[in-house]
Design a protein around this ligand. Sequence first.
Ligand SMILES: [Zn+2]
Length: 291
Amino acid sequence: MGVLLLFVDGIGLGEADPEINPLARARVSRLRLFRDCPSPDPAAILVPTDACMGVPGLPQSATGQTSLLAGLNAPAAVGSHINGYCTKPLAALLDGRSLFSRVKAAGRDATFANAYTPGFLEKPPRFLSVTTIATRQAGLRIRTLEDLARGDALFHDFTNRLLPERGCYLPPITPGEAGRRLAVLTAAHAFTMYEHFLTDLAGHARDMARAALVLENLEALLDGLLSHLDLFRHLVVLASDHGNIEDLSAKQHTLNCVPTLLWGEGAGAVAAGIRNLADISPAILHHLDML
Ligand SMILES: [Zn+2]
């Protein structure tokens, strides 16, 4: 029984308006997700999830991701929504509380599926993402380009096409193959997390063609993942931290609810416990019999 947390940055439930919303424009089916609409995929449960958490202002990545991973209201705890990278107060909230740490403390196997490049590992940037901090705090093995070459990791774009931007090269793979590799990782661990953030970047860029392509690739990843994973045994939870890509009329994030999409074993029970970002971690831990 494995759980995959497929974290997709900056995707919200907006209007079904093809002028501003690439989810209404892209050739996708599972991802045709809009406000007040049921999941277009009958196999999935969609939970509109509050990312604002009662804190004024636009929801942001660092506090949203901390809420997701640590199961607490991070913007309320630190007093505001915090953008971008992990701050010291957020790292303190995450320490020992993240899904990675909790699963490991329960004696089970947790992993972060993203591959890091040699350049990153040799000279880590000054500011690190919430997921990188949580992975380090939990003492998890950092996946590398060697893992990626063997098919035991995914790059953040999941096709390897953006590796040359980091001075690396591996043959590109299709999104469907990336989904298959993610299915294998999911089946081999109690808890796996994968992070994809091209959605948020496309939203900030306000580029409809780029956003539609990102969503079509993501749909193909989901197709590969779900067709290779035994959904009678495993659970997939797609979650986001704040809206953005669903409204290209504005450059910044949105106040929209974000989709939490669940497929597989225990999806109904896990979905029933989710109202806002802070509910996702405890619902997953409960599912894993760790709460
Ligand atoms: Zn953003």
